[in-house]
Design a protein around this ligand. Structure first.
Ligand SMILES: Nc1ncnc2c1ncn2[C@@H]1O[C@H](COP(=O)(O)OP(=O)(O)OP(=O)(O)O)[C@@H](O)[C@H]1O
Length: 327
């Protein structure tokens, strides 16, 4: 394996779903790549396609798919071409997932020990019960759970929401995945616990050699944690690049607008919002996807869709007027 090659390369990924109003273009041609050891933040409003992108990486796709095109190369292997059983094996070995709601992954009838042991048994079939317990205890401590031996014998409902999310993160890490997908893992938590879970992800990166895709509505949170940023809008990526570069010099009006939305007034309310709505997924994109809401829209923006173009090293934006309006 060549360490200089990207670990994940997504090429022209398109996903349409069948609906009563015609095909919904949920992903409209996603191009993205990232290397090992990166934390990639994916941000965008509700409905921009973030969760669907993650579902494609897991290949857990909706049943009403009408079209799926493109490639998802993981160390050169196209996940979309793996057999169902090979893909299942990858999910338990190379890719792990942390969902928004920890109860998605926890069975209320089983203790934490059973959950962690089952993950370890699936990943390392030869592991003894003793070793599984030792590894589980060490992992609980690592993810910041105090009194780990007591918690190990608890049931999910006996733990707080923050602790349950730590358990789910522990389950994901026990897999020793190359790719960890986290779909809004802090959304269901209050602000203090959210900050603790973000800190946990930050600490984990020190000895986690894989990559993390971290989905969030919250640009500030992504800025704190991630190396790379991917801004999604209407099933497309409108801007991508190193977090510091994109946030210091946003080159797409949507990213700029999202940044403005982060500014709070004295009472913690938002000073700005983006007027209008994300276009319907059934819209056949014949113009810039952001044209209907863009403060800088001009005739050129309505003449065909825009594509991602390099604006600086590693930094791309899909705006025909970028140089004029956000130089
Ligand atoms: N199976 C499906 N059939 C039809 N439309 C779908 C399907 N799955 C998702 N969509 C639509 O595709 C769009 C993108 O959905 P997705 O859940 O990926 O967005 P998201 O950015 O993750 O949103 P959120 O932040 O609310 O989770 C939405 O408009 C959604 O309603």
């Amino acid at each position: 394996m060549n360490p200089d090659l990207p670990m994940i390369t997504i090429r022209n990924l398109k996903l349409d779903a069948r609906t009563e109003h015609g095909p919904a273009h949920i992903l409209r041609g996603i191009d993205l790549e990232f290397g090992r050891g990166r934390i990639v933040g994916v941000v965008g409003e509700s409905g921009s396609g973030k969760s669907t992108l993650v579902s494609c990486l897991l290949r857990l796709l909706p049943s009403n798919i009408e079209r799926l095109e493109g490639e998802i190369l993981f160390d050169g292997i196209d996940l979309l071409k793996l057999s169902p059983s090979d893909m299942n094996d990858w999910r338990g070995r190379k890719i792990a997932m942390v969902f928004q709601d920890p109860m998605t992954a926890l069975n209320p009838l089983f203790t934490i020990n059973t959950h962690l042991r089952d993950v370890l048994k699936r990943r390392f079939p030869q592991i003894s019960a003793r070793e599984a317990r030792e590894r589980s205890l060490a992992m609980l401590t690592k993810v910041g759970i105090s009194d780990a031996s007591v918690r190990l014998d608890a049931y999910p409902h006996q733990l707080s929401g923050g602790m349950r999310q730590r358990i789910v993160i522990a389950m994901a890490l026990l897999v020793e995945p190359d790719l960890l997908l986290a779909d809004e893992p802090t959304t269901a938590l209050d602000a203090t616990v959210e900050a603790q879970i973000v800190d946990l992800f930050d600490q984990l990166r020190q000895d986690f050699s894989g990559s993390i895709v971290f989905i969030s509505h919250h640009l500030g949170l992504v800025a704190e944690l991630c190396d790379d940023l991917c801004v999604m809008y209407g099933g497309t990526i409108v801007e991508t690049g190193p977090v510091a570069e994109v946030l210091a010099r946003p080159r797409h009006p949507y990213t700029r607008a999202l940044l403005d939305c982060e500014i709070e007034d004295d009472h913690g309310g938002r000073l700005a919002t983006i007027p209008g709505e994300v276009p319907s997924a059934t819209w056949a994109m014949d113009a810039c996807i952001f044209a209907s809401r863009c403060a800088h829209v001009a005739d050129i923006c309505r003449r065909g869709p825009t594509v991602l173009e390099t604006v600086a090293i590693g930094h791309k934006a899909a705006c025909k007027r970028s140089r004029e309006v956000l130089p």
